[in-house]
Design a protein around this ligand. Structure first.
Ligand code: FAD
Length: 278
């Protein structure tokens, strides 16, 4: 059994009432695993604003704290301030602060062009009310000019007032350990929770990885390819790979794990149980 560390779960807002009802069941099932919080994503430029709010409403006050994601690119300070005030009035005290990606891939837009600007704004507007989580990229953000500059930008976010970080998913634990070592050398000691993506479907995984700059190691790609449409074998292999990854991360000192649930109970539940973290 692994050392006991906290876990958290990420949802995205559903598009339909039927999807929202299904997610309520997933929420109840995952809540039994005693997570520290559930986070709910937010479309850049406010594109999922109403749906994010309604998903948060479904789960806020139901036992486990909720943490809205909030992105700043292409949005105004006024609209962001409204959301911060709303969340505060609803008793929410944790926020995942992000830049976001506009569909066109344009960068540096709006009154708050980067996540550091958003963190600073949240601190100015809401003082210390919120615990602020930010994003981290052990394999470097895809638009970063260099790894060193990306480390510096990450440290800027921490120094602007972020309390903790959640990473992009990755499969190489050494990338995570090196990232943490590098930020600590810069004097940044906020906890960085590895983001864990269960492997259940090869083509979806490749699509997500291509979109985020996460690397799928060659041996994993090759092994997945040998399974073709055999989903049971893909899931069994994926489960084994992720359990081993998590075990190494926990043994190496990861402070907590953040699971990208993809709005389903399994395989996250199975991973958490097999790691002895439930
Ligand atoms: P930043 O920290 O601002 O960094 C973005 C890029 O800009 C990096 O390359 C950085 O090196 C560079 N940079 C930073 N500051 C400067 C500067 N001053 N000058 C020049 N370059 C700079 N997206 C959503 O839209 N909604 C979500 O809910 C969401 N949730 C996420 C959750 C997690 C855990 C993670 C890891 C990502 C999530 N994303 C989400 C994706 C995220 O918005 C994108 O990865 C986005 O491209 C970068 O966001 P960021 O907050 O890391 O940006």
């Amino acid at each position: 059994m692994s050392k006991q560390i906290p876990i958290s779960f990420e949802f995205f807002p559903t598009k339909t009432d039927a999807g929202a009802e299904k997610l309520k069941v997933v929420h109840q099932e995952l809540q039994l695993l005693n997570p520290e919080f559930f986070s709910v994503t937010y479309g850049a430029g406010g594109s999922t604003r109403e749906r994010t709010l309604s998903t948060l409403n479904d789960f806020n006050g139901k036992g486990t704290p909720v943490a809205p994601h909030l992105s700043c690119i292409g949005d105004s300070k006024e609209r962001i301030a409204e959301l911060l005030d709303l969340y505060k009035s609803q008793g929410i005290d944790r926020i995942v602060a992000l830049r976001g990606d506009l569909p066109s891939g344009q960068v540096g837009l709006g009154e708050l062009p980067y996540a550091t600007d958003l963190v600073r704004f949240i601190r100015e507007h809401s003082s210390d009310h919120f615990k602020i989580e930010v994003a981290a990229y052990p394999e470097m953000h895809p638009q970063a000019d260099s790894f060193d500059l990306d480390i510096k930008r990450f440290c800027d976010k921490a120094n602007a007032g972020a309390n903790a970080a959640l990473t992009q998913f990755f499969f190489n634990p050494d990338a995570y350990f090196y990232f943490v070592e590098r930020i600590q050398k810069e004097g940044v000691n906020i906890p960085v929770a590895p983001g864990i993506m269960p492997i259940t479907n090869a083509s979806n995984l490749i699509r997500f990885a291509d979109g985020t700059g996460a690397e799928i190691p060659r041996w994993i790609r090759k092994q997945l390819a040998t399974y073709g449409d055999d989903t049971d074998s893909i899931k069994a292999f994926g489960h084994e790979v992720i359990v081993k990854l998590c075990e190494r991360l926990i043994a190496g000192g990861a402070p907590s794990l953040h699971f990208y649930t993809m709005n389903t109970t399994d395989p996250t539940r199975q991973l958490v149980k097999d790691l002895g973290l439930a």
